[in-house]
Write a protein that binds this ligand. Structure first.
Ligand code: PEP
Length: 250
């Protein structure tokens, strides 16, 4: 039985004061969240502060990226050890904004995935197609290619330690959510692809949906057979909205 998961990607938002308020608000509402695993991914500089407030609750903390190398001359990067040191259990890798705006290739994303894993951090591995790719009918090919980069480097068993987030790029931050059927189709394809290599890995793998998920649409999306939760951007920035999604996931 896969535990449902709701993860918040706060992106580059917030201040010392506002993140404290946000995490305190989520912590206050956690009594009503008994089944879902709840993760928040704040901007890196605020992770220690957020971990401090989350301490003693069931909320887990993740980073929005992770260096593919473990140590040394990699200016601007943050290593897995450093992230663990400040309380991270998870790291987002391959978010479409990193791929599109910072040129992260499938291969680099796979190396980041590997670095997380070898250092005991669970990757939240983002994949998904652009609008143009969807309209050209290559959604499954794109997702397949992105997953294959990780499998080529780490083997299919590596996915046991991670979570896949299917995030159609056209649905991220646009308010254009995939229909439950559209999302389920891709999730089923992903699980089927992995099952063809290892049925146990596929059965245990959590596949989250991300892209304009909110309190109103979360239940229908997460209610689909192969959707095991959500990766939430905009709606994770208000405690009330994020908690409503966590409750819908229950
Ligand atoms: C995201 O950036 O991972 C995301 C899903 O954003 P939003 O919920 O705002 O579409």
């Amino acid at each position: 039985m896969r535990q449902v998961m709701v993860a918040g990607n706060w992106k580059m938002n917030g201040s010392s004061e506002s993140v404290k308020e946000l995490i305190a608000g989520i912590k206050d509402g956690m009594a009503s969240v008994t089944k879902a695993e709840v993760v928040v991914c704040p901007p890196a500089v605020y992770i220690p502060r957020v971990s401090g407030v989350a301490d003693g609750s069931a909320i887990k903390v993740g980073s929005q990226n992770i260096c593919d190398e473990d140590k040394g001359a990699f200016t601007g990067e943050i290593s897995a050890d450093m992230l663990k040191d400040i309380g991270c259990e998870y790291a987002i890798v391959g978010h479409s904004e990193r791929r599109a705006l910072y040129g992260e290739s499938d291969e680099l994303v796979a190396k980041r995935f590997a670095a997380a894993r070898r250092n005991g951090i669970k990757p939240i591995f983002c994949i998904g197609e652009t609008l143009e790719e969807r309209e050209s009918g290559v959604t499954n090919d794109v997702c397949s290619r992105q997953i294959d980069a990780v499998i080529a480097l780490e083997g299919v068993e590596a996915l046991t330690d991670g979570v896949i987030a299917y995030e159609p790029v056209w649905a991220i931050g646009t308010g254009k959510v995939a229909t439950p059927e559209q999302a389920q189709d891709v999730h089923a394809f992903i699980r089927g692809k992995i099952a063809a290599l290892n049925a146990d890995v596929a059965e245990g793998l959590r596949i989250l949906y991300g892209g304009s998920m909110n309190a109103g649409n979360a239940k229908d999306l997460i209610g689909q057979t192969d959707i095991d939760g959500g990766l939430i951007g905009g709606a994770s920035l208000k405690a009330e909205d994020f908690l409503a999604i966590c409750q819908a996931a229950e």
